[in-house]
Design a protein around this ligand. Structure first.
Ligand code: SF4
Length: 380
């Protein structure tokens, strides 16, 4: 699925965020024109901009921002929200028909995880993304948006702007469940956890990764010395200020060695967390470069996965398995399996069409075509 495309620009001096309207003039919309006969040209001035696959020749005398000669716009639907950038890049920010929308806050990060799927870039993009997301939040329809993610990079690196965006989410989308992916390190400073408590957003959860009960191993995975201590401190500060917390464990060759001990560590030291997600590895970003360090066939860690899931579940913890197809899981773990992969990167292999479990199975990441288990096999 395409989330970014590109065209040529005219009259565009600053990026524009807007809702899509297709061949129909709507006030403040970005109008996609793919049928010149359907459009009311006399009222186009009411719109924010035009987006089209046609060349500029079709729009002479039009003094509106326009992105033209775009290869394809078929991935965009009525009421999707996009940003038109001055370099002609068109990013999809929100898809009305999807449950997998997210606010992207920054490409910067204070960790550098071995398996990061979105490797960080060290440039200050925080003002740009703050402005875009502030506009986006106002345009998202609260009545239909049940859940939205926050991701990056590390979102808390926006500093005060991070908290202002959470505040805006609470005000504009109070009933939308917000799940924020963060490494949690910033919350080692208790005033930041206190700041969240002050916003008091009931539908807000922080999803924080932990890769080992041994500090040095966690620090190695995230490639940042002292990260374990900061993350654990952060989790405690957040709990102290009544924040909702999920712990995420990506399963790979390094984390599975002490998975049982990590489960025990979480149960003993963090019984207050709302949810624990054990997650299959995505072969994206840094992972292909670190594949020898990280890859283990999911089939080969099922015994320890079974042990830790049942341990946590038996002791009343809320535990789920993400990103692992059903044919790799023992039957007694199926009830913990969640269809977790975002629609735009979720695939099934050709053999899956013959599988009787197809409708219940979450499938794989698109990137599984680079490397996947030898044990994927259709149920008959
Ligand atoms: S064969 Fe495909 S659909 Fe069936 S369980 Fe495996 S991954 Fe899922």
């Amino acid at each position: 699925m395409i989330l970014q495309t590109r065209g040529k620009v005219a009259n565009l001096e600053h990026f524009i965020v807007g809702k899509i309207s297709i061949n129909k003039v709507e006030k403040d919309a970005i109008v996609i024109i793919n049928d010149l006969n359907q459009v009311d040209f006399n009222h186009l001035y009411q719109t924010k901009a035009i987006l089209t696959t046609f060349t500029l020749d079709s729009f002479t005398d039009l003094n509106l921002p326009i992105v033209y000669s775009v290869k394809t716009l078929e991935h965009l639907n009525q009421n999707d929200i996009i940003v038109l950038n001055v370099n002609g890049v068109i990013n999809t920010l929100y898809r009305e028909r999807s449950n997998h929308n997210f606010l992207f806050l920054t490409e910067r990060c204070n960790s550098n995880c071995l398996m990061c799927s979105q490797p960080p870039k060290d440039r200050d993009d925080t003002a740009y993304f703050y402005e875009i997301n502030s506009m986006l939040i106002k345009l998202i329809p609260g009545e239909s948006c049940q859940t939205i993610g926050i991701t990056g990079g590390e979102p808390t690196l926006l500093g005060e702007h991070f908290f202002l965006l959470i505040q805006k989410l609470k005000e504009n989308l109070p009933n939308t469940f917000v799940q924020c992916l963060t490494n949690g390190r910033s919350f080692a400073w208790s005033n930041l956890a206190h700041r969240l408590n002050h916003i008091n957003h009931d539908n807000f959860l922080l999803a924080i990764p932990l890769y080992s009960d041994i500090p040095e191993i966690h620090d190695y995975v995230v490639q940042a010395k002292g990260a374990f201590e900061q993350t654990v401190k952060g989790i405690y500060n957040l709990a102290r200020y009544n924040q909702r917390i999920e712990i995420r464990i990506v399963l790979h060759k390094i984390s599975v060695i002490r998975l049982k001990e990590l489960g025990q560590f979480i149960y003993k030291n963090m019984p207050f967390v709302e949810h624990i997600a054990l997650m299959g590895l995505e072969i994206e970003g840094y992972t292909p470069y670190n594949i020898d360090k990280l890859w283990i066939d999911p089939y080969d860690y099922q015994e320890v996965l079974k042990e830790v899931v049942h341990f946590l579940n038996d002791f009343g913890m809320n535990v789920s398995i993400y990103n692992i197809p059903l044919c790799l899981l023992p039957g007694d773990l199926w009830r913990f399996s969640v269809k977790s992969i975002s629609d735009w990167k979720n695939i099934y292999f050709d053999d899956c069409v013959n599988c009787v479990k197809l409708n219940e199975c979450g499938g794989m990441f698109k990137s599984s075509s680079k490397k996947s288990s030898k044990f994927i096999k259709a149920f008959d």
